[in-house]
Design a protein around this ligand. Sequence first.
Ligand SMILES: Nc1nc2c(ncn2[C@@H]2O[C@H](COP(=O)(O)OP(=O)(O)O)[C@@H](O)[C@H]2O)c(=O)[nH]1
Ligand SMILES: [Mg+2]
Length: 485
Amino acid sequence: MYRENYINSLRTEMVDMVRVYLSPVALKYGYTDVPLETTIKWRPMVLILGNYSSGKSTLINEFLGADIQAVGQAPTDDSFTIITCDEAAVTDDPIDTTEVRDGKFLLNDPEYPFEILKKHGHRFAAHFRLKKVNSPFLRNLALIDTPGMLDSITERDRGYNYQDVIGDMAQLADLVLVLFDPHKAGTVRESHTSLRETISTRTFEDRVLFVLNRIDECASLADLLQVYGTLCWNLSQITGRKDIPTINLTYSSRAATAAQARDPESTSFLYHLQNQRKMLKKSVLEAPQRRLDNLATFIETHSERLDHFLEALINYRVRLRKRRFRFWIAGTAAGILFGGIAAALAANSERFKHVLEPPVLGVGVVVFLLAMVAWQFLPIRIMQRLYHRKQMKHIDQLIPLGSQTRKDSWQAVRGLVSDYLSRTRGHFSMAEVKNEYKSIHKVYIEGTREVRTALNEVSDIMRNGGEEKDSGNGEDEQCQTASPL
Ligand SMILES: Nc1nc2c(ncn2[C@@H]2O[C@H](COP(=O)(O)OP(=O)(O)O)[C@@H](O)[C@H]2O)c(=O)[nH]1
Ligand SMILES: [Mg+2]
């Protein structure tokens, strides 16, 4: 319980860090349209993807300990279902769905992080819902069941872009399970493409878990190896990598009884793979720790990008100021020269000698001042315009881009910098930008370091608490309260 509380309070602190420091700046400069914390404020989530009838809903029912989701060989369920804990669940009640909320409600409720899915339209909203279930499994996480991937012709009939929805959901999720079954071990390209586009390469391997499900349907060990080989080959074709990702080989013992009963001899290999289901369950239950990691990455990524954004604005103005200063010196020198020439001419002029007694210095000063005013109105303005044009043309030179990480995060904000400078033409409050930069830089340097230290502590607690009875398994507890968020 102690580590659960620790994890939850750490999560709250990290979300607060985003809400207080990063979001106001991000919103002000159009880095984001909704507050940054919108997608991370809710509980940890596990997204379950796969072909239809790859066993997604069966797996979920097994986790929950009750038949909550409809299962069947045909494409039974064409909805995205968020399955979360009913906080008001009565302890001794049998596990069941206690409440269902429809998509329209969910997409507009600020308690939930699904606002970003609104853009997928009414047809999607009609296929989106939330179920509250009093299962202890859901105490610290939510599951997302998805309609299976179908062939591309049927995709068009959905009325919303399935791939885009998957991409957005993957961004919300802390763990993505991609299920295959032995019959369709090769049809993953589309889902993989949208996952690749939305999950950064840095976190992809940690966040996506491939699962070969229904392995009881392989006629023998040789058959399983054949299927496994096909899947690996397909995955390496898609990922373009030679190393094979970890693939969890599993099956539902409840659904498998028929096959096993048919031929217990040839399916004896299943005996050696029984721990795989447990490992899968353990990975899912680790979603809250994964959330902490993902939050840390989230803070690092966005604070770094905002830091670069503000650094670029400051550099723009600092360089302009330097240039203006040099220009002023040149202007002053020119003014003095003109004033001096005027005074010299006045001193030598016969006419002046009579009319003004002795205004020579005055003439010099007047000419000097006139030269300075003229300088201010024309050459300096031209210089500023040229400077602006040059900076816009060489926008990548606004900040040093020594490392690849800097280059990557600069790429994410360079368009924003360019837009902002074009719009304001460099006229913004330097004091405000400097203050914002100070606080963002603090998060970027100190905040992220503190977060990583706290995460190491969590890892230590998890390691040392290995023997402690893991309440996360929660088989014998009803769900009580959700996280404080
Ligand atoms: N033999 C066997 N059948 C399974 C397994 N998992 C699911 N099924 C069956 O496959 C069918 C489709 O399962 P379902 O969970 O609805 O798949 P979904 O479309 O991915 O949600 C159902 O009839 C299940 O009983 C498994 O591991 N082994
Ligand atoms: Mg299903």
